[in-house]
Design a protein around this ligand. Structure first.
Ligand SMILES: *Cc1c(COP(=O)(O)O)cnc(C)c1O
Length: 399
């Protein structure tokens, strides 16, 4: 006998809420459920009051999100993590949680991700936040800016885009903390395989998990790894502002992370090989890769990064090339794809003057060192020789 008479009721409740099994699935299931039930309402009340762990509503978290957050905290060796629907949602929440508000100031590195730059340059000033930009590699300027602005927080990226400058994170932490500022580090390019910002005192470690952590170019997401105390603040923020990651996306990211160390090793080995070969190529004017001895922060990178790894991101300038020649070069690539993202298993190129740094005037671009001949390459995990072969045949086309 069916439990309910009506097919309507049976269609709604059939098969749901079976007894909890005593097995444990090997990999974490995707919890799509928005709501969660307890034996009695006292238990639910206790969960709402944070007196017992549990789940009440998907914006507050689900077991799938907890699984992802646990591995993120584990990899960064932080106390806790909170996942977000995108890297930018994570950056924004970290800025709020760091205490940036109307009447306070935020100091940012010049060469941060485009949307982080415009968040600092446009949206936050509209709300009465004083924002300033500094060359994060010039520690004297950082110190001066900290003294003059008295910011609530400083935001920098471990490896900058698209020139691959390495930030001296321990030194910046020391200066910022002495000036009473919190430190937010965007560790997207480095990943915890190379560098763990929290271990040198950074307050908020931010990721666009869309990139290396997800790794396959099929899931947008972000995360902040921080102290348990700061996570409480972030949790209050996400409860009010949303910006949550979907459970399927959390699960995909969790799956991607399983191969992160393997992928990073291959990304880094390939990037080193590609950088060396490009540097020796007569048509290449300059290669920006911290793994090369001539890079201005080669030693710093060697000191900060694990296992002699320098990341999978390269940029390079093609000799005697302008926009037209670079376009022809990029269109001649057969294996490497011209896609506006990075950190995927695929090798990808991007033209910063057209995309990430489009908003800057040619003069501003020149000032930050982004010429019309600059190409960014996210080196994938294919065979290094095939990546190099593709670059060489495309350079041949613009001779
Ligand atoms: C992509 C990226 C972001 C933004 O992340 P989304 O997931 O696209 O929102 C922030 N910082 C860095 C360094 C990035 O590469």
């Amino acid at each position: 006998m069916p439990k309910y008479k009506s097919i309507f009721t049976r269609a709604v409740h059939g098969g749901e809420r079976g007894p909890r099994p005593d097995f444990k699935p090997v990999s974490s299931p995707i919890y799509n459920s928005v709501g969660y039930l307890y034996e009695d309402l006292k238990d639910l009340d206790a969960v709402f009051a944070n007196e017992r762990p549990g789940y009440v509503y998907a914006r507050y978290g689900t077991p799938t999100h907890s699984a992802l957050e646990e591995v993120l905290a584990d990899l960064e060796e932080g106390e806790a993590a909170l996942s977000f629907g995108s890297g930018m949602a994570a950056v924004y929440a970290a800025i709020l949680a760091a205490g940036v508000k109307t009447g306070s100031a935020l100091l940012s590195a010049y060469d941060v991700y485009g949307a982080t730059y415009t968040l600092c340059a446009r949206l936050l000033p509209d709300w009465g936040v004083k924002t300033g930009f500094v060359d994060a590699n010039d520690l004297r300027r950082v110190e001066t800016a900290l003294r003059e602005m008295q910011p609530a927080a400083v935001i920098v990226e471990t490896i900058s885009n698209p020139l691959m400058k390495v930030a001296d994170v321990p030194a910046i932490v020391e200066l910022a903390h002495r000036a009473g500022a919190k430190v937010i580090v965007d560790n997207t390019f480095a990943t915890p395989v190379l560098f763990q910002p929290l271990k040198c005192g950074v307050d908020f470690c931010v990721h666009s998990t869309t990139k290396y952590l997800g790794g396959h170019g099929d899931v947008l997401g972000g995360a902040v790894v921080t102290s348990a105390e700061n996570r409480k603040t972030l949790h209050e923020i996400i409860k009010m502002t949303g910006g949550n990651l979907g459970p399927t996306e959390a699960w995909l990211t969790l799956r991607g992370i399983k191969t992160l160390p393997l992928r990073m090793r291959q990304h880094c080995a390939n990037a080193m090989e590609v950088a060396k070969r490009l540097q020796a190529h007569p048509q290449i004017l300059k290669v920006n890769y911290p793994g090369l001895a001539g890079h201005p922060q080669h030693e710093l990178g060697g000191r900060l990064f694990a296992e002699g790894l320098f990341g999978g991101m390269i940029s390079f300038e093609i000799r005697n090339a302008g926009r037209a020649e670079v376009f022809r070069f990029m269109e001649s690539l057969k294996l490497i794809l011209p896609a506006t993202t990075l950190g995927d298993v695929y090798s990808l190129t991007l033209y910063p003057a057209m995309s990430s740094h489009r908003g800057l005037s040619p003069e501003e671009r020149r000032k930050v060192g982004i010429s019309d001949s600059l190409v960014r390459l996210s080196v994938g995990i294919e065979e290094a020789e095939e990546i190099i072969g593709d670059l060489e045949q495309a350079l041949e086309k613009i001779k």
